[in-house]
Design a binder for this molecule. Structure first.
Ligand SMILES: C[S@@+](CC[C@H](N)C(=O)[O-])C[C@H]1O[C@@H](n2cnc3c(N)ncnc32)[C@H](O)[C@@H]1O
Length: 313
C-alpha cells in the first residue's frame, strides 16, 4: 500500500464495492477528517449507522469478503424505486457469521436511532457502548463527558437547535468536534433538481431529498455553532460539483440489490477473485482522477464542509 488514498480506498471498496463512488466519497472525507489521529478514550459518534465508515476512518481494516451488502434484500422494482424501503437497514446474523473482529476500542460511544444498523456495528467489536436513540431528543449522556464528538449525520436533524445545545452540553470544556455538513448548494446538483422536469426523477432520488431536513448554507451552521458557545477552529471545503455528479449518476446504486444478489451465487474463491479485480480497477481509475486533482475543492464550490469546533476551556 503506497499512500493514504490507496489504503483508505481499498478498505472502503471492500465495504462498499458495489457502490464504488460511495467508497470514493468516503475515502476523500476520511482523508480530510484525519480521525485516525484522535484517541478513542472519551470519543462519541452521533448517527454512526452500521459503524463501518467511522471504523475505517479510524484506521480499522476489513477482511476482503466483508461488505455492506450481505443482508440486502432483493425487493421488487416498484418497492425498490419507491424509496420507501431502506435496503441497508437490515441485518441477518447468518450473513455475517463467518466474520469475527478481535476487540479493539476505536470509539468509546456511538449512537443511532436504527437498531438493525447498531446490531451490525456490534460485529466490528470497536465500540465500548452503542446506544439506540434519536438525536432529535435530549441525549441520554452525562454533561461534560466526552473529549471528542464526530458526526456526518447532523443534516438529518429536525430539531437542530436542541441537538447543537446537547452536543455542547456533553462535550468537556477544551473538547473538540468534527462535523461533516452538507451545504445547501448540494441540492442544486442532486438528480431530484437536475431532472426537475421529469416525473422519473423520483426513481433516481428514491426519497433521498426528504432526508436532508437541514440542508443549509454552511454559514448558517457556523452561526448556530457560535451561538451555542463553540469556537469554529477550521472549515474544510469538500465535494466539488464533479464528485456530486459522479455520486448522483454513476454510483451503480440502481443495480446494487441485483449485483448483491449475483455475488451470493459465487463460491468463496470466485468472490475473492472478482472482488480483488474490482478493487484493482477502481484504485486505478479513481487514483488517476485523484492524482490529477479532479476532486480538489475550493470553499466557493464546496457542497460539503467539515467543521472543526472546540468548546472553550
Ligand atoms: C448518512 S448516514 C451516516 C451513517 C454513518 N455515519 C456512515 O457514515 O455510514 C446517517 C445516519 O444517521 C442516522 N440518523 C438519522 N436521523 C437520526 C436521528 N434522529 N437520531 C439518530 N440517528 C439518526 C441514520 O440512521 C443513519 O445511520
Amino acid at each position: 500500500m503506497t499512500n493514504k488514498f490507496d489504503s483508505f480506498l481499498t478498505e472502503y471498496l471492500k465495504a462498499y464495492w458495489l457502490r464504488p463512488v460511495s467508497a470514493l466519497v468516503r475515502t476523500l472525507e476520511a482523508m480530510e477528517l484525519r480521525l485516525y489521529d484522535i484517541p478513542a478514550a472519551g470519543s462519541l459518534e452521533l448517527g454512526c449507522g452500521d459503524g463501518v465508515n467511522s471504523y475505517i476512518a479510524k484506521g480499522g481494516t476489513l477482511p476482503l469478503l466483508f461488505d455492506a451488502f450481505r443482508s440486502m434484500p432483493l425487493p421488487t422494482a416498484e418497492q425498490f424505486f419507491s424509496g420507501t424501503l431502506d435496503v441497508y437497514n437490515s441485518f441477518k446474523d447468518d450473513a455475517y457469521s463467518n466474520f469475527t473482529f478481535a476487540p479493539k476500542v476505536l470509539w468509546e460511544t456511538a449512537l443511532d436511532h436504527k437498531q438493525a444498523l447498531l446490531d451490525k456495528a456490534h460485529l466490528l467489536n470497536c465500540h465500548q457502548q452503542l446506544i439506540c436513540h434519536s438525536f432529535n431528543a435530549p441525549l441520554p449522556l452525562a454533561s461534560e463527558s466526552f473529549n471528542f464528538i464526530f458526526s456526518n449525520s447532523l443534516y438529518w436533524a429536525t430539531n437542530r437547535e436542541l441537538l447543537v445545545k446537547e452536543i455542547f452540553r456533553v462535550l468537556r470544556p477544551g473538547g473538540k468536534c468534527k462535523f461533516v455538513i452538507i451545504n445547501k448548494t448540494f441540492a442544486d446538483f442532486m438528480t431530484w433538481n437536475v431532472l426537475k422536469a421529469h416525473e422519473f426523477r423520483k426513481y433516481l432520488d428514491m426519497g433521498r431529498h426528504e432526508h436532508y431536513a437541514s440542508l443549509l448554507e454552511w454559514s448558517v451552521w457556523a452561526n448556530e455553532f457560535t451561538d451555542a458557545g463553540f469556537a469554529v477552529d477550521k472549515i474544510i471545503p469538500e465535494f466539488n460539483r464533479s464528485l456530486v455528479h459522479m455520486q448522483e449518476f454513476h454510483d451503480l446504486r440502481e443495480i446494487s440489490p441485483l449485483t448483491a444478489q449475483m455475488t451470493r451465487g459465487l463460491s468463496e474463491e470466485a468472490l475473492r477473485e472478482v472482488k480483488t479485480k474490482w478493487i484493482e480497477y477502481f484504485l486505478y481509475l479513481f487514483g488517476a482522477m485523484y492524482r490529477e486533482g479532479y476532486f480538489k475543492t475550493e470553499m466557493d464550490e464546496a457542497n460539503y464542509v467539515i467543521f472543526e469546533l472546540s468548546r472553550p476551556a
